[in-house]
Design a protein around this ligand. Sequence first.
Ligand SMILES: Cc1cc2nc3c(=O)[nH]c(=O)nc-3n(C[C@H](O)[C@H](O)[C@H](O)COP(=O)(O)OP(=O)(O)OC[C@H]3O[C@@H](n4cnc5c(N)ncnc54)[C@H](O)[C@@H]3O)c2cc1C
Length: 368
Amino acid sequence: MKRKLSLLLCLIMIVSMVAGCTQEDETQPPAPDNTDNTPKAMMAPGTYTAEAYGFSMSWPDILSVTVSENEIESISFDEESGSTASMVDTVAATMFPRVLESQSVDVDIVSGATLTSLSARTAIEDCIKQALVAAGNEESTIAEFKKTQEKVGGSEELNTQVLVIGMGGGGTYTALRAAEEGADVLVIEKQGRYGGTTALTSEIQSINPPRVQEKYNNGEDFTDADAMYQAWTEYTEGDAKKEMLDLYFENSGLAFDWLALDHGAMFDFDPKPGFTPADWYKVKFQWYPNTSPEHPGAPTHGYNKREIASYFERLVDDFTALGGKYMLETEAYELISDDTGAVVGAKAKNRLTGIEYTIKADAVVIAT
Ligand SMILES: Cc1cc2nc3c(=O)[nH]c(=O)nc-3n(C[C@H](O)[C@H](O)[C@H](O)COP(=O)(O)OP(=O)(O)OC[C@H]3O[C@@H](n4cnc5c(N)ncnc54)[C@H](O)[C@@H]3O)c2cc1C
């Protein structure tokens, strides 16, 4: 049990990576009933293209909108858009359906992909204006396609064994591991995408993962762990907490084995040294480079965010297959404590629907 707990803690601690955003298994709050959104102004049917600057100041996002006389029918990003690919995917999967469903440009943006959401909203509006003007209307008739959506509001109580707050690397790995142990797990994430900062990184640190070494390094250690431990202690001049160092040194290898060999995350299994004297040891595994034996011809470095996002999707699929649940765009804003001061849950709010959640849990993991 102690071992399992250590592994869980290590998963929270370990520096890591990935994103994604299909929401098939997401616990969906009820959608607001926004009836009669049919705009009255007519458009000239066709496909219109516009661009706006999102994450990149010098490379615009480009998108196309196809319309009928009075409906926005489809929206798609151009592959050449300037924003990070995984953000483009997130906005396409999350915000575009909101526009189509409500027939309004005035939809909530996707938190975690703010700049790309804003550029998309600007470009969609531009496309619709083009269609309106082409049908002989004034640009101002865009108002027909700018109706603010009402929020459902209200409150709900939820119960779970394990509540994980934050669905970046630490939160997702912890949730999956707890689900593997048979726990009933709920994760809440304030952004409209899972993966957190982890999804935007390029490599993960691990010290001598035993099974990976067995498979890819003739069973030999990648690095001298004792020397590295000594170097870290000296470099941090005693500031590094011994129990955290021990946890990292004892368990990061096991956690990495689990991620790479049990859940299909691919890395360059020829680790690179770190940046400082404290980690000038071979502990950095880059994501999915073409040196991975299973993936000849894959991207040449670990900076392909779309690939990293796909690993995250796989982890989340594994999690939901075990009955795990998650809610995006749901921010924890207060912890709930019992009389002894123990944390027994959290209060959270879904920013799309406005629903307030009181979530009670046997264990709460903060992975923010
Ligand atoms: C630009 C950049 C590049 C980096 N590159 C590397 C690298 O190559 N290698 C490396 O080892 N490390 C790298 N790091 C550090 C690494 O990203 C972090 O150490 C690691 O991702 C932390 O993982 P995490 O799960 O703790 O946090 P995150 O991945 O950030 O996840 C935290 C999640 O919690 C959510 N959250 C926060 N508050 C709440 C709330 N109140 N309610 C609900 N959800 C909430 C956030 O939205 C987020 O999704 C990099 C960091 C940055 C910023």
